[in-house]
Design a protein around this ligand. Structure first.
Ligand SMILES: [Zn+2]
Length: 120
């Protein structure tokens, strides 16, 4: 289930959380920008955290108003690219929330621009 191709390079199941069964919320703008980012980097993007149910969010210690619970955020990495390089490209394709961590980048589609450095 959820093994559906929803854009050129992404399947729905990649957005599913480990503890949430098959429920997935996914904002269409998020998917659109993620595909743009994939095309821009011309390199695979791995989603380490996509949609989170409230339980799932609690398990990973996410903030209580996390954009992950709205289907509007993903944590990603792309082999061969540094988080800083990915963050720069994410900014260029129009992601608004961008958090740079040591080994991944959080991107989301919140209303206003917000950049942050994640904890290490
Ligand atoms: Zn995140």
């Amino acid at each position: 289930m959820n093994n559906i191709q929803i854009s050129k390079n992404f399947k729905l199941k990649e957005f599913q959380c480990d503890y949430g069964g098959y429920v997935v919320k996914l904002d269409s703008t998020l998917l659109e920008k993620l595909q743009l980012l994939r095309d821009k980097l011309n390199n695979p993007i791995n989603i380490t955290s996509g949609y989170r149910t409230p339980e799932c969010n609690k398990n990973v210690g996410g903030s209580s108003n996390s954009y992950h619970m709205k289907g509007k955020a993903v944590d990603i990495y792309s082999p061969g690219y540094s988080p800083t390089q990915i963050a720069k490209a994410a900014d260029e394709v129009g992601f608004t929330g961008i958090g740079t961590y040591s080994n991944f980048v959080h991107v989301d589609v919140r209303p206003n621009k917000y950049y942050f450095k994640g904890g290490y």
